[in-house]
Every structure is written in structure tokens, then in C-alpha cells.
Design a protein around this ligand. Structure first.
Ligand code: MN
Length: 250
């Protein structure tokens, strides 16, 4: 199996190293990752500047672009053959509910949606994790399961793992995305030259975090697996939309 591994925390992240080690048990791993932390990059592509892919000492390609750039280049230029799957992470910090909209980790997985196996976005629920081995075990378990019992290739699995030792994990839970309250206000401060600057604030607290959500699963010590799709169409509204538009042109 040919596996493309990427992330949004950058090529030096310990989460990336852990994921690469785990995926090497399944085949040939090519790593293409941003040259710096690009968390929050979502699905952006770099179109106005050239991209450089530099082979590092660890054998990874680092790219001066976004997670989406990395996977795009990996699939369309850097790898000799198209990979069988893309695995992204292990992100330091959860990607739950609305986080998915902004996540570069999930975006990197999304960019691998046309391949043979579902793409995986993997996150551990701590910015300073002490149990990355639990996350590695979770990914290995999911990839084994996919090999034994494949899912439709266009599915993206968003996997969130509590930062706990394996013996404290209460199994896997299939979930839907929950929701957060709106984000905290931006922090307004001043640069050394007296000019106003802002820091984007942290995400809001959990709002829709009840049973069945990804928030609920990880709060219960379970590994959350949310199947995602790309199609943003609000299918239930297409027919009534036609009625709503009916009289706009005379
Ligand atoms: Mn990140």
C-alpha cells in the first residue's frame, strides 16, 4: 500500500512522527507536510506564489504551503504513483464540531478524497499530549478494519482520541459533529510601535455536545469517529428553493 501522510502542525510535529511510524507498518509512506504550523489553514491552496518541496533529513518533504497544497502536490506531482490513502495528523489538539470548518488537518484528509480508501484525519485531544501511543494504536486499528472491511472511498473519517492511556479508553464511538458557541472575542493589543494588533480568540465552549456528538464521545473517554462528506448542499431545501426563486424573473 502507498500511503501519503501530512498534517497541519508542520513537519517537526511529534504527532506527525508518531503517525508516520504507525503507518509504516502498512506500506510505503511518503510524507509531505507544511514547513511551519499551518493550523487553521482550512482548504486553502497557494495560487500566487511558487511552492518548493524540500527533502529533509528525516526523509519528509517540507513545503512552503498549506496542508491542502502538500497533499495536492503529493498526489499530483511528488509521488510516482497515486497513493491508496491519505492520513493526516496526528494533530495536537482536538478537531471537534465547528473546528472541522477551520481545520488544516481535516482539509489535508479532504484533499485525498478521490483515492482508493477513505482518508483519515487524526487528532489527539490535547495541545501537550502525553499519550500519543494511544492515538497511534487507534489509527492502526482503524486502518486494519478498513483493510478487512472497506468503506466507500469518498468518506473522510474524522478521528479524535482522548489523551489517555489505552487502558482508560472506553472503545470507539461513531459520532456526528457537535457545535460550539461562537468564538471568544479577538484579543486587541498593541505592537511595540504603538499600533493596534489583534489575536484571533480561542474557539467557543461546547454548545451541542450531547449524546451522539463527537464532544460527548471524547468526554466519555471514547475514541470519536465521525464520517464526513464534502457535499455541502442542503439537499432537503433544493426543491423548495425552486419555488422561492419562481417569481424573481418576470
Ligand atoms: Mn494543527
Amino acid at each position: 500500500m502507498q500511503i501519503l501522510v501530512s498534517n497541519d502542525d508542520g513537519y517537526l510535529s511529534p504527532g506527525l512522527h508518531t503517525l508516520v511510524a504507525a503507518m509504516r507498518g502498512f506500506g510505503t509512506v511518503t510524507v509531505v507536510a507544511p514547513d511551519r504550523d499551518r493550523s487553521g489553514a482550512s482548504n486553502s491552496l497557494t495560487l500566487e506564489n511558487p511552492l518548493r518541496a524540500t527533502l529533509t533529513e528525516s526523509g519528509y518533504y517540507k513545503v512552503n504551503g498549506t496542508p491542502t497544497d502538500c497533499v495536492h502536490l503529493g498526489i499530483t506531482g511528488l509521488m510516482d504513483a497515486e497513493p491508496d490513502m491519505v492520513v493526516s495528523g496526528i494533530n495536537l489538539g482536538a478537531n471537534l464540531g465547528d473546528d472541522v470548518i477551520y481545520s488544516g488537518t481535516v482539509a489535508a484528509a479532504m484533499e485525498g478524497r478521490h483515492l482508493g480508501l477513505p482518508a483519515l484525519a487524526v487528532s489527539i485531544c490535547s495541545f501537550t499530549p502525553t499519550h500519543l501511543e494511544t492515538a497511534a494504536w487507534a489509527v492502526e486499528t482503524i486502518v486494519h478494519k478498513l483493510q478487512a472491511e472497506p468503506l466507500p472511498a469518498e468518506v473522510i473519517l474524522n478521528i479524535n482520541i482522548p489523551d489517555l492511556p489505552l487502558e482508560k479508553i472506553h472503545g470507539f464511538r461513531a459520532t456526528r459533529l457537535g457545535h460550539r458557541h461562537k468564538a471568544e472575542p479577538a484579543t486587541r493589543t498593541m505592537d511595540p510601535r504603538g499600533q493596534t494588533i489583534f489575536w484571533v480568540g480561542p474557539p467557543g465552549p461546547e454548545q451541542d455536545a450531547g449524546e451522539g456528538t463527537d464532544f460527548h464521545a471524547v468526554n466519555q473517554g471514547c475514541i470519536s469517529v465521525t464520517p464526513l462528506q464534502i457535499d455541502l448542499t442542503r439537499h432537503g431545501q433544493v426543491a423548495s428553493m425552486q419555488g422561492w426563486l419562481a417569481d424573481v424573473m418576470p
